[in-house]
Design a protein around this ligand. Structure first.
Ligand SMILES: NC(=O)c1ccc[n+]([C@@H]2O[C@H](COP(=O)([O-])OP(=O)(O)OC[C@H]3O[C@@H](n4cnc5c(N)ncnc54)[C@H](OP(=O)(O)O)[C@@H]3O)[C@@H](O)[C@H]2O)c1
Length: 278
């Protein structure tokens, strides 16, 4: 398989280039997905787009909206057009922020999108561009990504190391998705010839709140004597007027990707491995 990974400097991009050592990886400095000129599409069977504008709160600012839409909607649209033209399979990463979080229970791929903020709206537009633009697509939708880069777990490890007792939202529920598992799932879908379409993918195991993930991280880091105080999303963001609205339910249904043969490792096991490697 001749594969190209775009956004190779991000969390998922790094995991993908590790999982696909023969792939070509291009960072943002090497390829801007909103203007992907210079890529020899004939040289690749599969293009994986791991690039995105991921600053959820900054996306609510005037410049952030421009940047988010350019990367998250314009980027996938440009890639889909080229993939269709060249008969290339396009793998694209979506986000749970395309949903409003009001769904009762694990959210299936068929749930209606209803983004609450600018980041979610730009991601939803990118999803439409990919789904409508190229038949040969895998749209993989994770939540709460943890990999080599900036993420919630790394933030908590930093706070724990400094002896800080954080207040963390306890009414947003989901499951962390480790970048290594996203990469493995993408390789599985592409190499097994799974049906094209949209697949939800998160860690396995019982869903938890951000506060639960923080407590587990503190315990694994040997700092369980420090208190993690739970709060509501409304209270936490009451004094942060520019913050993006967050979906409360981020639990995704894994039935479709499991039926395709992907095993979602328990996020708690992955968290333990991640903390011990940090
Ligand atoms: N992080 C999460 O919790 C989360 C949750 C659900 C879904 N997702 C989705 O999963 C995918 C991967 O996320 P991630 O956590 O790996 O994000 P990440 O670590 O922020 O990596 C994204 C990468 O894309 C690059 N980039 C931004 N704009 C670009 C452009 N116009 N052209 C090329 N590259 C560009 C970024 O470069 P700079 O750093 O220089 O900007 C960064 O290296 C994204 O589609 C994201 O929406 C993420």
């Amino acid at each position: 398989m001749r594969a190209l990974v775009l956004g190779a400097g991000g969390q998922v991009g790094r995991a993908l280039t590790a999982a696909l050592p023969d792939a070509v990886g291009l960072t943002r400095a090497q390829c801007d997905i909103a203007d992907p000129t210079g890529v020899d599409w004939a040289a690749f069977d599969v293009v994986v787009n791991a690039a995105a504008y991921t600053k959820v709160d900054a996306a609510e600012t005037p410049q952030g909206r421009v940047d988010a839409w350019r990367a998250n909607a314009g980027g996938p649209a440009a890639l889909a057009a080229r993939a269709r033209e060249h008969g290339t399979t396009l793998v694209h990463l979506s986000s749970e922020y395309v949903f409003d979080g009001s769904h009762d229970g694990p959210i299936p791929e068929s749930a209606p999108v209803a983004p609450l903020g600018a980041y979610g709206a730009s991601k939803a537009a990118g999803d439409v561009a990919v789904v409508a633009g190229v038949d040969r697509h895998y749209l993989v939708r994770p939540t709460w990504v943890v990999g080599d880069g900036t993420n919630f777990v790394r933030t908590m490890l930093g706070l724990a190391g400094r002896g800080i007792e954080p207040t963390v939202v306890a009414d947003q529920v989901g499951r962390p998705t480790f970048a290594v598992d996203i990469a493995a799932a993408i390789v599985h879908l592409v190499t097994t010839g799974a049906a094209f379409g949209t697949y939800h993918l998160t860690g396995g195991g019982e869903p938890a709140s951000w506060a639960d993930v923080a407590r587990e991280t503190y315990a694994l880091a040997g700092r369980s004597e420090l208190r993690v105080t739970g709060t509501s999303t409304a209270e936490y963001f009451a004094d942060k007027p520019g913050a993006a609205p967050r979906p409360l339910n981020s639990v995704l249904d894994l039935g479709r990707i499991e039926a395709a043969g992907v095993v979602a490792p328990d996020w708690r096991r992955r968290l333990a491995e991640y903390v011990s490697a940090s």
